[in-house]
Design a protein around this ligand. Structure first.
Ligand code: B12
Ligand code: SF4
Length: 453
């Protein structure tokens, strides 16, 4: 079957800074389908946004991915694909929860729930063999109209997520132009993305991962991970890697074993990863190994400088732990990208100022401030659903306040977001210097692309 997998245009702050990364989920599905003999193309509209000129007609099946803030863009692609005569399938963290919305557009034939490698492969097998696709586990599709006029959603059986991640073929990176992503760098080096595990045992109330991906951690084998790293290093020539695992350090033995392998192979790599302050503080030996393996930046969900807010988010550590973690990383020569959330239910102007001051005081090298956003599938969403002030999903991007907050009428919180960034990045001569270096590096990358194959 001739299949197109497409990623809608990106609209996050990362994308505006040019930091687009290959759509790993689609590349995993593409690899699985190629292994079954299908002819697969991947179109990433996040790097080539010319949606209007794209011709969907050569493809029998079009698969789309989407998160919440890009769902409108994904449905627009679905409409175009449907008009061109394709069978349209959609997946990802948004439609997993909002399947009725996707099907009600009339442009989507199937919603794939959860992780889609096996479901998509079986769906194509059945389509090819002339069977009934509605029997394929993991799918939702439209039934008739119900008495109240709403759409009946029919679901096949649930499909458990892939238990053996090492059995999945490596992401089909050859289907995208890797040079298009060269602005995503770790300390001046274009970076490849990779995942070594799926899931997260924590249960932060604003995060979709515990429900969508699951709280049980699933790992690839170390051999399988190193085989992919070898490939990225030797064949593609990458000298930087971003680990996209939801929480790479949650199992310190796992993170340490990967670091040890990289050290033993004497790879010259710059590494970037997601972590939490508590796992950093509890595991100084792991931090040392990560540093020796080349870790340059750790994205750490610090969220807030207030104990009460951390409790509200179910973070299970105190602000002091974040301070210790940042210090430990500094001592090991690792930079911290601190992520902070503004607008918890107990926040007011004073407490926001406290969080911004806390961020400045921690002196993380970079900070990302976002506005608390209730994504479907999260505990926070269930809590705030009656208080949502917009149904426009494109505003669910961490830059807009989408629920009624007693402390922040109108667009006051959006103004605080700007102030927080200004305050943080212009807090000292050194921080302004860092910001300028970042801009200069981007310019240099544009002028002097490193060839990746
Ligand atoms: C890495 C990552 C990023 C990277 C993206 C890099 C990239 N292009 O790969 C960066 C840092 C840039 C990023 C940014 C943001 N992210 Co993010 N990110 C993640 C993270 C940690 C991992 C994603 C990943 O690579 N997973 C591994 C791959 C293999 O899985 P996958 O993509 O989910 O795909 C599988 C299934 O979803 C399904 N599937 C997906 N698409 C399709 C399509 C078809 C046809 C089929 C059949 C199946 C299918 O099958 C795939 C294979 O199993 C997830 C957490 C998570 N685990 O989901 C959050 C997550 C996706 N991000 C989230 C958010 C909120 C954001 C931001 C809004 C944050 C912000 N404040 O700016 C931005 C928005 C980006 C944008 N839309 O422009 C939320 C999304 C919630 C939602 N409902 O939308 C998540 C779930 C985390 C959370 N807090 O809950 N993010
Ligand atoms: S925010 Fe991070 S630590 Fe918390 S549940 Fe999500 S992935 Fe896990």
């Amino acid at each position: 079957v001739r299949v197109l997998l497409a990623n809608p245009p990106a609209k996050s702050i990362f994308a505006r800074l040019g930091l687009t990364l290959p759509p790993l989920g689609l590349l995993y599905i593409a690899a699985t389908l190629e292994a079954e003999g299908h002819v697969v193309a991947v179109q990433d509209f996040a790097v080539d946004g010319r949606v209007g000129r794209f011709d969907f007609s050569p493809y029998r099946v079009v698969g789309l991915t989407t998160d919440t803030c890009r769902s409108g863009l994904a449905y627009d692609l679905a409409r175009r694909a449907k008009e061109a005569g394709a069978l349209v399938v959609i997946g990802g963290p948004h439609t997993h929860y909002c399947e009725e919305e996707a099907l009600a557009t009339g442009h989507v034939d199937f919603v794939v729930r959860g992780e889609g490698e096996e479901t998509m492969a079986e769906l194509l097998r059945v389509l090819q063999g002339g069977g009934d696709p509605r029997r394929v586990a993991g799918l939702s599709f439209a039934g008739g109209r119900l008495a109240d006029g709403s759409l009946e959603v029919l679901r096949s059986a649930d499909r458990p997520p892939p238990a053996d991640l090492s059995a999945l073929p490596f992401p089909a990176r050859h289907l995208v132009r890797l040079e298009s992503y060269r602005k995503a760098q770790v300390f001046g080096r274009p970076a490849a993305t990779i995942t070594t595990s799926r899931g997260c045992p924590s249960n932060c109330h604003f995060c979709a991962v515990p429900d969508f991906v699951g709280r049980r951690l699933r790992y690839r084998t170390l051999e399988n991970v190193m085989e992919e790293i070898d490939l990225l290093y030797h064949r593609h020539g990458y000298r930087a890697l971003c680990f996209m695992d939801d929480n790479f350090t949650v199992n310190p033995r796992w993170a340490s074993s990967i670091a040890r392998e990289i050290i033993e192979r004497e790879y010259d790599l710059h590494l970037w990863l997601f972590s939490r302050p508590d796992t950093i503080v509890r595991n100084p030996e792991m931090v040392e190994l990560l540093a020796r393996a080349g870790t340059k930046t750790i994205f750490m969900g610090i969220e807030s400088g207030r104990e009460e807010t951390l409790k509200e988010f179910n973070k299970r550590y105190k602000p002091e732990v974040a301070r210790q973690a940042v210090q430990l990383l500094k001592n090991s020569g690792i930079e911290t990208l601190g992520a902070f959330i503004l607008g918890s239910e107990s926040d007011d102007r004073k407490t926001i100022q406290e969080t911004v001051d806390f961020a400045c005081d921690l002196d993380t090298e970079t900070a990302q401030f976002s506005i608390l956003t209730p994504f479907p599938g999260t505990r926070l969403y269930e809590q705030l659903k009656p208080n949502l002030k917009t149904g426009d999903w494109s505003k669910f991007d961490g830059m807009n306040l989408v629920f009624r907050h007693p402390g922040f009428p109108g667009r006051t919180l959006e103004r605080w977001l700007l102030k927080a960034n200004f305050h943080f990045y212009f807090r000292s001569r050194e921080s302004v210097g860092r910001f300028l270096t970042f801009l200069r590096n981007r310019w240099r990358v544009n002028r002097d692309p490193q060839q990746l194959t």
